[in-house]
Design a protein around this ligand. Sequence first.
Ligand SMILES: Cc1cc2nc3c(=O)[nH]c(=O)nc-3n(C[C@H](O)[C@H](O)[C@H](O)COP(=O)(O)OP(=O)(O)OC[C@H]3O[C@@H](n4cnc5c(N)ncnc54)[C@H](O)[C@@H]3O)c2cc1C
Length: 425
Amino acid sequence: MADGTSEPAAGANAALVDDVRTWLAENWDPDLSVEDWWSAVAKAGWTAPHFTPEEGGRGLPRQSGAIVRSTFGTEGALRPPGGLGLLMAAPTILTHGTPDQIDRLVTPILDGRAGWCQLFSEPGAGSDLAGLTTRAVRDGDRWIINGQKVWSSMARECDHGMLLARTNLDVPKHSGISWFAFRLDQPGVTIRPLREMTGDAVFNEVFFDDAECADADLIGGEGNGWTVTQTTLYFERTGIGAGGGHAGFPSPGPLGGMLGRRAGDAALDEVPGSNLTLSSKDLLALARRTGRNTDPAIRQKLAELITLTDIGVWNARRGKAEAARGGGQAVANIGKIAQTRIMKLSGEIALDILGADGMLASPDGPDDGRYSHAFVFAPASSIYGGTDQIQRNIIGERVLGLPRDPNPDKEVPYGEVLRRIASGR
Ligand SMILES: Cc1cc2nc3c(=O)[nH]c(=O)nc-3n(C[C@H](O)[C@H](O)[C@H](O)COP(=O)(O)OP(=O)(O)OC[C@H]3O[C@@H](n4cnc5c(N)ncnc54)[C@H](O)[C@@H]3O)c2cc1C
């Protein structure tokens, strides 16, 4: 996969915008269905321009995706499909999958026919993800799944999940996990929504009751799930650290509600800004509009935000340069912590600018309650994709060489660990 180690220069950006505009002038047709439009977009390599041409992309640097999407938006065309499939599942399967798996599973992500969620966290396994207990037991050419996941964002709108399950209890915990491309639309799966403090119900609990997964959909081999997961988490953290995340992208897949629509109507409905994140540009515009741009306290905070954002961009560039030399993994952890700080500060500034109006939520608040929503969502950023404390642990242990967290059960078969926990020993 193209690793995005080179930054597009300003001239290259302008050339890319021209390329996209030319392509759209020839191909954008608002009367197509979203499904047909996304198929044309994927064939042209615009969904993931940073993938190689063999993988369905254009071999461009990683940042090019944002330029392509924004140019689609400014030209009035429906943007390419997004979601967790594009952010995490596709690069994971490209890295660890067989040619057959890549062909069957990555193509529908690129053309928006599949919607993916992440089925990692469990009630007893979040930061300690390797302590998961959802079981997968082999039965001929299929696996039978039993257990529960939680905090599964968008699971009700998805037909596929990146599922981690324990396939062997006789080996230490990191060795007995496997990574499955799992179909959610089957009788053994129950999905229940969970409401967050934003008022939305993006989260879900997912229960598996003799659910099935074909052996052909086991990615990276039996018992190799922890290695495969590191790839998924790397792409999650770098996506978040780069400010990308998956917020505000059109929802793909048969349950995303987009495929059968007229592409022109779907493009008109696209929200120009996300109600999860606020950029320094958004906040500068808000400060000017409300006349608060002359307040020295607001100016100082805005300057801090712009400084942190610029440092974030430089950090991402440093990560790319280090990746080119074969290192740089910890830059993703640093970038993730930095992005959390930026999100919290942005929410704070918005409410400082708005004063009492900032307390109003949708539909009464300014810009449909966008600012109060982003403020209430901001604390989540220090939890998802690995908490701030876990990111700091990783940096401490892997970069600074500090002693590792004690882990007395590391070499003990996980079935034995569970027996000890159950007996209170
Ligand atoms: C908005 C959002 C979206 C999410 N989406 C998904 C999703 O789609 N799929 C999915 O699988 N999960 C998802 N999650 C779950 C997320 O990955 C977990 O919440 C996260 O990994 C933390 O796990 P936990 O909630 O079990 O907390 P715990 O692991 O129980 O942690 C509780 C507290 O203890 C601290 N802590 C734990 N261990 C250590 C340690 N060793 N050293 C220092 N401090 C420690 C943590 O930092 C935290 O402050 C999402 C979470 C959020 C907030």
